[in-house]
Unconditional design. Structure first.
Length: 458
């Protein structure tokens, strides 16, 4: 972990720190690209075929898990409100222009996969722009006496300006501090690993209170700054599952192309190669005392192999806060309502809540800083997050009817929750409801006799 600025210096090896975390990022990249053999090479050597090829079955578990958690957190855009109603139009325009929800979706996937999501703001033509950054480019600069006290951020990466055969590596980077940022360029020696020359550009004032780099970690302990990748608790289980599938495929290969046995009379010699092979044809003559031809078969014990695979799959669910329902595998009658589905997803939803605690703070910081880049002092912002689950309109309607009947909510609040509207849109809807209710008042019955007025008693 870096503790000083200007960490890129002549003679140092690159990356400048956090080599273990960078290696994890590289492994996750390979898994997301489908190259599991490069990550689980030692395990996959157990799957060598007779022709020296390796059976490699790559399960897309990491990619699917990354997407499904990001979908639950950001797939359904929430509502972002400013306490100053006069700034709401600007805030709505800012959120749309920054493409906030899609960018957060991308960053959340990085938080799940790599353990850390990194976002960066920049200003172009006087307007703020929001981008995600690969976590492998990010190096925090922390206080010597407090690993959680981030003083600045370093973004640095390598670029090959040559070819694959004759690479020419150069480096680019940025330092971001409180209210400033600084460009960096550097070159490497012949090895492409050590810095040969470095140039720090002029510090540029941003006009913002916070740095323009934002860190969104996954779960972590009190002694850590960086989060843990979901892959860290699942790599051994996932590799063994893929090996088991490969072993079952290897057994089935043998069963589809078994060896034969029988009397020597069933063989003939190839006149060219001199190799012995089974005679062609559908008829085999068996003499007295000779062994009838047959196939060499054995019990591959696939039943136990499948059971072992199922056990490992359950352990993978437990290690990663996932479950079959999260991937759409629902048995009949298990999720007949929205509340039933939430009970099935209790572990994944708890994990999403942890992510929401992080991203709620990060999102508010991003919006406030983006407004500062545009010389706007934004009022307090509140974010109402969605759960990303399918709506159950009937169940929601029944809940609202029960609350209205019990007198613990108003019709206006109920409509706001059911239709996900507020402000002028809600006022217009309530006006329509009142108008409709007025027209639905029952008219007086036809031919109603006049009321009889009794004389007052004397």
């Amino acid at each position: 972990m870096l503790t000083t600025l200007d960490a890129i210096k002549v003679g140092i090896s690159f990356p400048p720190s956090d080599k273990e975390r960078i290696e994890t990022c590289a492994q996750v990249d390979l898994l997301l690209e489908g190259d599991h053999g490069a990550v689980f090479r030692e395990s996959f050597l157990r799957l060598m075929r007779d022709d020296n090829t390796i059976i490699e079955i790559d399960l897309p578990w990491l990619r699917k898990t990354r997407l499904v958690f990001a979908d639950l957190l950001c797939g359904e855009p929430g509502r972002i409100k400013a306490t100053d109603e006069g700034q709401q139009a600007y805030l709505d325009e800012l959120v749309a222009r920054l493409d906030v929800w899609r960018t957060l979706h991308e960053a959340c996937g990085d938080t799940v996969s790599y353990g850390d999501g990194v976002l960066r703001l920049k200003r172009r033509n006087g307007l703020a722009e929001l981008q995600t950054q690969p976590p492998s480019y990010w190096y925090p600069i922390v206080a010597e006496n407090d690993v959680r006290d981030v003083q600045a951020h370093l973004l640095a990466w390598k670029i090959n300006q040559g070819t694959t055969e004759t690479p020419k590596w150069v480096g680019r980077g940025e330092q971001h501090g409180y209210g400033w940022w600084q460009p960096i360029s550097f070159t490497f020696d012949y090895s492409g690993e050590r810095v040969a020359a470095v140039n720090y550009g002029q510090r540029l004032e941003t006009g913002a209170t916070l740095p323009l780099v934002f860190h969104a970690p996954n779960w972590r302990t009190s002694k850590e700054l960086c989060g843990h990748s979901i892959f860290a608790d699942a790599d051994s289980i996932l590799s063994e599952m893929e090996v088991r599938l490969g072993q079952m495929a290897k057994v089935l290969d043998k069963h589809t192309d078994p060896g034969m046995y029988g009397a020597e009379g069933g063989l003939e010699q190839d006149p060219v190669t001199k190799e012995w092979r089974v005679k062609g044809g559908q008829f085999y003559a068996v003499g007295e005392g000779e062994v009838p031809p047959g196939y060499v078969v054995w019990n591959g014990d696939l039943v136990n192999a499948i059971e072992m695979y199922k056990i490992m799959r359950e352990e993978l669910y437990a290690a990663t806060d996932t479950c079959p329902a999260l991937f759409g595998k629902l048995e009949a009658g298990m999720a007949e309502s929205g509340s039933a589905l939430k009970r099935l997803l209790i572990s994944p939803l708890a994990a999403v809540n942890r992510l929401r605690l992080t991203y709620d703070t990060v999102l508010k910081q991003i919006l406030r800083t983006a407004a500062e880049l545009e010389n706007v002092k934004l009022s307090t912002v509140t974010v109402t997050w969605r759960d990303g689950l399918p709506e159950d309109p009937m169940e929601a309607s029944q809940v609202e009817q029960t609350r209205i009947a019990a007198g613990n909510t108003s019709v206006e609040s109920s409509v706001a929750r059911l239709d996900n509207i507020d402000g002028e849109e809600l006022d217009a809807e309530m006006a329509k409801i009142e108008k409709d209710n007025a027209t639905k008042q029952p008219p007086p019955p036809a031919n109603t006799p006049p009321a009889v007025v009794l004389p007052a008693k004397v």
